[in-house]
Design a protein around this ligand. Structure first.
Ligand code: NAP
Length: 307
């Protein structure tokens, strides 16, 4: 077991991401003690039953008191209110970080509240599932997944290095990037794919001439993959779209233009264009598999392949 990186690790929020951090940090001794804070009693009781920490509290001041690292594992839209409440209790020299899927808005929400001498190093583990809550976590969630840190220029180097070591300890490969750039990249690789999934599943269920039971009964693998994504937590994803509005709208504009080109190719029977396009996208999938970010098992390991 490695030496602990933090003496007192404070997790604010203990859903899928918070509980996965807790399980791995406990498994590998990354912190001497873990304090778990969450607002609802049911969630806190469940975290205690699952033995996710060493201390449990619904008082935020008590939670962050003396912590050398505080990780916000809450919906992006809750960051300002939480930062305001915890700020007066933060220890000098503490690292404050988060796991939110949007980065510039999180910086804007947290930074104004932090006292001098506290280091803000925002983070985003690019790892997850469609499940939420403390039961959803597992210790290997971050293995071989990226964690992107988006510190502003001038952030304490030691704080960035310590947090990098912590995420490596959780299993991730760490990279740093500018927060706005992060938000544009993730808009196209994560946020818009979710919006498309929410949309297609909604469209299928609203069709007048095809019943909902037919959609469920005859769902082919393409549609089923969308339903998995569209089952993701509504609060989390509402906040992602509210807090990454500009980048999502910009990328959505590009997406709509490209979709119109495909629509036109279908209408005019332009097989060459369709073939060329589908060949290019196939290469992207190969690249993702070669980079170790996806399994090459056919149909994600389901034993039957359909259309
Ligand atoms: P989750 O499983 O739904 O857990 C959310 C946690 O936040 C719970 O402890 C909940 O507390 C707390 N919470 C909810 N609303 C709150 C509020 N208004 N104020 C204070 N606390 C609040 O969520 P998650 O999937 O772990 O996601 C947490 C963060 O990770 C999000 O910012 C998300 O963008 C990011 N993220 C998620 C994924 C993913 O795949 N899920 C991947 C990467 C990053 P109570 O239960 O006590 O209400």
């Amino acid at each position: 077991m490695a030496d602990p990186i933090f003496k007192r690790l404070c997790l604010i929020g203990i859903g899928l991401i918070g509980s996965s951090i807790a399980l791995r940090a406990r498994r590998d001794g990354l912190a001497e003690s873990i304090v778990v804070y969450t607002r609802r009693k049911e969630t806190l009781d469940r975290a205690r039953e699952l033995d996710l920490g060493d201390e449990y509290t619904d008082r935020i001041g008590e939670a962050v008191d003396g912590a050398d690292c505080v990780v916000l594992c809450i919906p992006v839209g809750a960051c300002a209110a939480v930062a305001e409440r915890m700020a007066p209790h933060l220890a000098a020299g503490a690292i404050v970080t988060d796991v939110g899927s949007v980065k510039q808005s999180v910086i804007n929400q947290i930074k104004p509240h932090l006292p001098e001498g506290v280091h803000l190093v925002p983070g985003h583990p690019v790892a997850g599932t469609e499940y939420s809550g403390p039961d959803a976590g597992f210790s290997t969630l971050f293995d071989e997944r990226w964690c992107l840190l988006t510190p502003e220029a001038g952030t304490d180097i030691q704080a960035i290095e310590t947090l990098t070591k912590f995420w490596q300890g959780l299993g991730s490969t760490v990279d740093t990037m500018d927060a706005n750039h992060h938000d544009r990249v993730l808009a196209v690789t994560s946020h818009i794919p979710h919006l498309i999934a929410y949309n297609i599943v909604g469209t299928a269920s609203d069709l007048e001439e095809i019943s909902e039971s037919e959609v469920i009964k005859f769902s082919a693998s393409g549609f089923r993959d969308f339903t998995r994504i569209a089952a993701s937590d509504p609060v989390m994803w509402r906040d992602v779209f509210l807090h990454n509005k500009e980048a999502v709208l910009e990328m959505l504009g590009r997406f709509s233009e490209d979709l119109s080109a495909l629509q036109r190719a279908v209408r005019w029977g332009d097989g060459d264009l369709l073939f060329e396009h589908f060949t290019k996208t196939r290469d992207i999938r190969r690249g993702i598999i070669e980079a170790g970010q996806e399994s090459d098992v056919p149909n994600f390991g389901r034993d039957q392949i359909e259309e």
